[in-house]
Design a protein around this ligand. Structure first.
Ligand code: AMP
Length: 291
């Protein structure tokens, strides 16, 4: 695997790959790679002639400097993993390459959904994400780019961004890979203690409970009323509310088509339940389709 740190070398390699008519699959990451990331790479290696990974802990998408500083960085181990799954190129840029002269996020205004949920709790987060993804897409010019459903709102926004900006890139969504107790794999899990990991499993439990209850309601009716939805949420969150080590940030149902909050459920539409919570100091997110 070739490792490139600067943009001019990357441009040269990309133009060579394009000249040889190879299709490019791209997986942008912040490193500290785990099986969740690897599932994206494996798909890309299968579907493309040439797979590119980027590892860059993007400062503009962090609204909390402590979170940025403590974000796990394991580049040597990441390189080994990428070699093992036949990734062709790793782009590992410095801040100076990605943000010359301390440039900040650009002001993208194609959707107000960047201000909901993660956008509301982490102001500026999605402007930082779109800024870096846009820069990376322009450099790498992939045919396909792979994103995890684990970060569902990010995936939804990037799909819309690609459409609105008419980028010739197919966004491929990949299912969430989970650990033993259902905990969605995440680089931030590295910062959890053993007992915190156990508590973190409660997020998955709440999602499963919620989905199961909604399925029971569906058995009797094609509609779940607002009151019934509120009660189901309350029941699903009971064990989280009782646990003093978990602080819930949000637990919301959205309509997948337009990312608007659902107050009731029409079973002929597609919805998703999204959760964010602090386990001690570590903030985790997860979600589940209600189909
Ligand atoms: P990150 O390094 O956290 O920015 O993630 C890079 C990509 O991997 C994003 O598209 C994530 O959604 C995806 N990803 C992270 N964790 C998982 C997981 N557990 N399962 C599937 N995809 C994931």
């Amino acid at each position: 695997m070739e490792i490139i740190n600067n943009i001019s070398l990357l441009r040269k390699t990309i133009s060579e790959v394009k000249e040889s008519n190879k299709s490019i699959g791209f997986v942008p990451t912040m490193g500290s790679l785990h099986q969740g990331h690897l599932s994206l790479f494996k798909k890309s290696v299968l579907e493309n002639d040439y797979t590119i990974c980027s590892i860059y802990v993007n400062p503009t998408q962090f609204n909390n400097s402590q979170d940025f500083e403590t974000y796990p960085r394991t580049n040597n181990k990441d390189v080994e993993l990428l070699n093992s799954i036949n990734c062709d190129l790793l782009f590992l840029p410095t801040d100076r390459e990605m943000y010359p002269e301390d440039e900040r996020s650009k002001d993208y205004r194609f959707t107000e959904k960047i201000n909901l949920l993660e956008g509301e709790k982490r102001p500026g987060h999605f402007l930082g994400v779109i800024t870096i993804v846009h820069k990376l897409f322009s450099l790498v010019q992939p045919n396909k780019a792979y994103f995890g459903e684990k970060d569902y709102q990010q995936l939804w926004i990037i799909k819309l961004f690609t459409k609105e900006f008419k980028l010739p890139i197919k966004i491929i969504s990949c299912p969430t890979i989970r650990g033993e107790n259902g905990l969605a794999l995440s680089s931030r899990n590295n910062n959890l203690s053993c007992s915190e990991k156990k508590d973190a499993g409660k997020l998955f439990e709440a999602l499963v409970f919620f989905k199961t209850e909604l399925e029971k309601i569906k058995y009797n009716s094609s509609y779940c009323t607002p009151l019934s939805l509120i009660n189901t949420k309350k029941n699903a969150l009971a064990s989280i509310k009782k646990n003093p080590l978990i602080k819930l940030d949000y637990f919301e149902v959205i309509d997948e088509e337009n990312f608007s909050f659902a107050n009731d459920i029409n079973y002929d539409r597609n919805y998703r339940i999204l959760i964010a919570a602090y386990i001690g100091e570590i903030r985790l997110i997860d979600n589940m389709s209600l189909q």
